[in-house]
Design a protein around this ligand. Structure first.
Ligand SMILES: C[S@@+](CC[C@H](N)C(=O)[O-])C[C@H]1O[C@@H](n2cnc3c(N)ncnc32)[C@H](O)[C@@H]1O
Length: 325
């Protein structure tokens, strides 16, 4: 496709929802998980990119787009026999290998990582032959948590290599697999400055054609989109990043939970008539009580307030019952 034809189509796309029903003539639709070339084309045009770097180059989609748009390209993929000469074989998780020099000149790096734990997609041994024993590094084969750690490592490596002022663009999916829903975007590291989030509408993908049994009754809607993070590297020395971390604690040890939250949680988790002493026992020694020397009085006060509000029932002196909805 000529650059003029590409730019003419891109004129129709000005918002944060990117919908390209055709994937374009770039890369290969037979390569599982390959993306529409219109996505890298959109960002190349938007940010006037002259040198594009890519981790997870796959079937060569971005390589081909760059060729048509006269943009210099440097890419890597785990594939021992990459489909284009401009793609080098490299395991992004192997820190004994440096990223190619082109990453240090690039004004954008594009990452479309594997979607770890998604059913039925395989790269090593399927999309390409593992002739060098690198399958253990194939992020597609990792469980979700291990895969996200690997992707976040790749994000930071690419970011560290970029010159200040460059952009990092990462396309990730929402995964519904084996009864679980996981958002890659929600677990993605964001280094530097968040420039903007885009939604990519999904077209012609395998999951879109799957018919889920009893979909109408399912608590999940069909996934019709992917997410794109656009990040800018503001300066040369500083590495700042936000990385999601999962916390888990007993509500009775949380200093953010109010007395109302905690007393209601105890009442809802317990059966029958509950005495004031029961609440004392459930809370004694917990962090919430350690922060208040008058914690027993606070419990009594909260119980009375909850009874007045109709959330608990006062059934006798110092006795309470949860009102089931
Ligand atoms: C979603 S595909 C990229 C598809 C590409 N955007 C396209 O349109 O063809 C993810 C790619 O990550 C590669 N990959 C998996 N683990 C890797 C690793 N540790 N280092 C580098 N590449 C890896 C796979 O070989 C696969 O080509």
């Amino acid at each position: 496709m000529t650059k003029a034809e590409i730019l003419r189509e891109l004129e129709n796309h000005t918002g944060t929802i990117l919908s390209f029903p055709e994937r374009g003539p770039w890369g290969s639709s037979r390569y599982r998980g390959s993306c529409s070339g219109w996505i890298p084309a959109f960002f190349i045009n938007k940010f006037h990119v002259s040198h594009m770097a890519e981790v997870f180059a796959g079937s060569g989609t971005t390589y081909d787009v760059c060729k048509d748009m006269n943009v210099v390209y440097t890419g890597i993929d785990l594939n021992p026999n990459p489909p284009r000469n401009g793609i080098q074989t490299m395991d992004i998780l192997d820190d004994s290998m440096d990223l190619p020099d082109g990453f240090y000149h690039a004004d954008m790096v594009f990452l479309h990582p594997p979607y770890p734990s998604i059913n039925g997609i395989h790269y090593s041994g399927a999309m390409w032959k593992d002739t060098i024993g690198c399958a253990k590094s194939d992020i597609q084969e990792m469980d979700f948590e291990t895969g996200m750690n690997a992707i976040n490592y790749a994000m930071m490596r690419a970011y560290n290599a970029l010159p200040a002022g460059s952009y990092e663009v990462c396309l990730v999916g929402e995964i519904r697999s084996k009864g679980q829903y996981r958002s890659m975007y929600q677990n993605l590291v964001i280094p530097g400055t968040m420039q903007q989030t885009y939604i990519k509408m999904q077209h012609n993908c395998m999951s879109g054609t799957r018919v889920y049994r009893n979909q109408a009754a399912s608590p999940y809607a069909l996934i019709e989109h992917e997410m794109i993070a656009v990040i800018k590297k503001p300066s040369g020395y500083e590495i700042s990043y936000v990385i999601p971390k999962k916390y888990s604690l007993d509500i009775r040890d949380s200093l953010y939970a109010t007395w109302k939250d905690i007393i209601m949680s105890i009442a809802r988790s317990s059966e029958g008539i509950l005495s004031g002493d029961f609440f004392y026992r459930e809370l004694e020694g917990r962090k919430k009580t350690l922060s208040n020397p008058n914690w027993k009085a606070k419990i009594r006060q909260t119980l009375q307030q909850l009874a007045q509000a109709g959330l608990l029932k006062h059934v006798g002196i110092g006795q309470w019952q949860y009102i089931t909805r």
